[in-house]
Design a protein around this ligand. Structure first.
Ligand SMILES: Cc1cc2nc3c(=O)[nH]c(=O)nc-3n(C[C@H](O)[C@H](O)[C@H](O)COP(=O)(O)O)c2cc1C
Length: 362
């Protein structure tokens, strides 16, 4: 298997089986799996999840997020216990045409495994070839995007538009599963439906599973809602009751209580997204039922993350980091003044100097 300590291929059991509890990790450095932890959601989330031939040690995952889940962020959340990380959505057509920027998204490093590569597109053959390329690049899971609500994507028939086109959606899953021939599990990320109030996913998802999906991640909003309103995890409950494979819950989940609620609703795993931005230690907080680490430890993680962003992106990394300073402020890692100064920083060395000053000030 490609470089993963935490994922084990060829584990026994059918899709979604709970593997034995040996080696259950309650966080990145804790392999005790104590009975106290088992009572907390962190305990349930530390029961391994088997998808096809892949064993994931923890059921708390980092979501795919366009423009955000680049290598350094994926490594950062892995350090704090994420059981699976994802690339952002990658265009299958971009891979097909050898677009250089798209091909850059295929890079990952050994300490990011297990990793799901998320692809989007509307053509089954192009999606199948893209999945094979992702496998070659190191993917442990191939995730198919049927959730993106962006107009530019919808009008190509991809993303959430597939919720309205069951025959194309199932053809994509069939083609991708066929191309991978069991070398990696295929998962699908969906929304509830395209238009407000629609719950197309309850009809569609069983067909996707028949076609070969090993798990379905549900963000229970319609595409029309974008990110407005609350995620309706009653739909998660209904879907989990319907499917013979795990449903991974995504949407408005930011603490142990929210994890508990979706697990109680039948979810087989939980995906964090916005809540973990600027707060990678949230994984450990939930998995071990502990408080966040102290300010020095958080600033140390931030400095490491920034160094990795700079190594990967050079000066372009400064623009990327600007998206995240308010998140680090919200997590209490930066003060308002520090965050504002970092927003104004124009070079990596300015960013580094400001962070060094922040570490000396605490
Ligand atoms: C900036 C941003 C980018 C996102 N990009 C993707 C993406 O590339 N693929 C995807 O399936 N979902 C994407 N999502 C959706 C998230 O994966 C997640 O399902 C959603 O944000 C709900 O979870 P949350 O309320 O915990 O943030 C994105 C969300 C945001 C806010």
């Amino acid at each position: 298997m490609r470089g993963s300590e935490a994922a084990h291929r060829d584990a026994p059991g059918r899709h979604g089986d709970v593997a034995d509890r040996d080696g259950v990790a309650a966080g990145p450095a804790d392999t005790s799996g104590s009975s106290a932890a088992a009572l907390a959601p962190g305990g349930a989330l530390s029961v391994p999840l088997v998808l096809g031939g892949l064993r994931l040690d923890r059921r708390l995952f980092m979501a795919p997020m366009a423009g955000l889940t680049i290598g350094p962020l994926r490594r950062s959340v892995r350090r704090w216990g994420a059981g699976l990380v994802h690339t952002e959505m990658i265009s299958a057509c971009g891979i097909h045409y050898g677009n250089r920027r798209t091909l850059d998204y295929l890079r990952c490093s050994p300490d990011e495994h297990p990793i799901g590569y998320q692809i989007f597109g509307a053509d089954p053959d192009i999606m199948a070839a893209a999945a094979a390329a992702c496998l070659q690049a190191g993917a442990d899971v191939i995730d198919l995007n049927m959730a993106c609500p962006v107009r530019k994507v919808l009008k190509t028939g991809a993303g959430a538009a597939l919720l309205d086109d069951a025959s194309r959606a199932t053809a994509i899953v069939t083609a991708v599963s066929g191309a991978l021939a069991g070398a990696a599990p295929v998962t699908v990320k969906v929304r509830s439906g395209v238009r407000a109030g629609e719950i197309a996913v309850l009809d569609l998802a069983p067909r996707l599973v028949e076609a070969g999906a090993a798990a379905v991640t549900l963000h229970p909003r319609s595409a029309a809602q974008l990110y407005r309103g609350a995620a309706d995890h009653e739909v998660t409950r209904r879907l989990a009751a319907l499917l013979p494979v795990p449903v991974i819950a995504s949407g408005d989940i930011g603490d142990a209580a929210a994890c508990r609620a979706v697990l109680d609703a039948g979810a087989g795993g939980v995906m964090l997204a916005r809540a973990a931005l600027g707060r990678p230690w949230l994984f450990t907080e939930i998995l071990r039922d502990v408080s966040p680490p102290g300010l020095q430890a958080r600033l140390q993680e931030l400095a490491r993350f920034v160094a990795e962003v700079a190594a990967e992106r050079g000066e372009r990394g400064v623009g990327y980091l600007r998206q995240l300073w308010p998140r680090f402020r919200r997590s209490g890692t930066l003060t308002r003044e520090q965050s504002m100064a970092l927003m104004g920083a124009a070079t990596v060395s300015e960013v580094t100097a400001l962070l060094t000053a922040a570490r000396h000030a605490c």
